[in-house]
Write a protein that binds this ligand. Sequence first.
Ligand code: AMP
Ligand code: GLY
Length: 443
Amino acid sequence: MRKILVIGSGGREHTLVWKIAQSELADKIFCAPGNGGIERLAECINIETEDMPGLLDFALHEKIDLTVVGPELPLAFGLVDQFEKAGLRIFGPTKKAARLESSKVFAKELMRKYEVPTANFRIFEDAQEAKNYINQTGVPCVVKADGLAAGKGVIVCETAQEAEKAVNSIMEDRIFGDAGKRIIIEDYLEGEEASIIVLTDSNEAILLASSQDYKRVFDGDKGKNTGGMGAYSPTPFVTKDLFQEIRKQIINPTITGLVKEGIDYKGVLYFGLMITKDGPRVLEFNVRFGDPETEAVLPRLNSDLVEAMLATTNRQLAKFSRFGGLQWDNRACICVVCASGGYPGKYEKGKEICGLEEAQGLSDIVVFHAGTLRLGSTALTTSRSGQANDTYKYTTNGGRVLGVTGLGNTIKEARERTYQAVKMIHFEGMHCRRDIGDKAIKN
Ligand code: AMP
Ligand code: GLY
């Protein structure tokens, strides 16, 4: 009996649970704390992602065989270190390794030392010095808080006034708290963004299929940054040759650099890249699966994810790779996020979600839940087609509510199918982008 615990409550975690549930290696899945959709596939337990003693007690008591960490905070706090100390198998990097995401200064210095291509930058601990530097070097530029800021710590500045305001709010007003003690000012890079998710055990790196995230709230990349309004996979502009270049110039030197620094990295390493006319450059590292990229990438994975994760924690990725590695579905996948009215600003919760059953009934559509709550308990019924229907009632319970995901022979087909499903879903205030996937079609 193999028991697996997934930590987190978003669309990424629903996707992980959905994929893990397809594995013959998983007999029982728990999720802490989970969400309305995850409840269909896993036993959700009421422990928050940052409650380290609670998670550890639970895993020890239940004799969990494999724990998979979704979000960055538990990793940055050292959950993996604690689980490993207690003799538990856990998929994810240690606290020291998680600094690649939890400190942008650490990440940039590592890239400089090991010649990983990234934007030119300077680090500042003093606001006035930072502002003087902006006056000397000019705009556009990008101001980044060193520490974790829930994805909001990066401000792209077109004018000197905007850049000064960004420095003041991060360093003086401390809008991100201590994350703003130090900042980075870096050159603005132009190009197309791509996300490359890698499995690594420090010896071997296995690249997952490429994807692209849509971070801004409105069509045409307008409006505020969000946690991600949609994604698609694969990205046509990341050609086979470019994949090799990314591996050689970026992924291998990063992992070798970590090893030279005495950092043993096991888990997922996410490379947020800008493909510039001079080649790929690293914008950021994440030490976990991207959200919503995971929703667009994992439905294309034909291989057993649990097997790959166990190979990672057992340091057997080279062998796993020799025996075929990861196999992919050639079809394209698109995930469109349906968000609450007002998101990424203030929004209301508790709105009834309609049309889920109809949307899920379409072929090659999966609806991943992010911020949802399941109400009451109505039994599953069986439709005329013999498919089990989900007749539970769900309400909204977060900013990003659903990730409606569809596969198709081409991006265009996946996109048509996905938006057809989106059209069937409704809740008060719902909004989504209408242009997810267009960058692939344009390319
Ligand atoms: P990050 O969290 O570092 O990925 O930054 C969030 C977003 O800001 C990225 O996805 C990019 O769209 C943008 N960004 C970050 N750094 C740069 C840069 N040097 N040049 C242009 N855009 C950037
Ligand atoms: N989609 C980018 C992230 O997960 O941070």
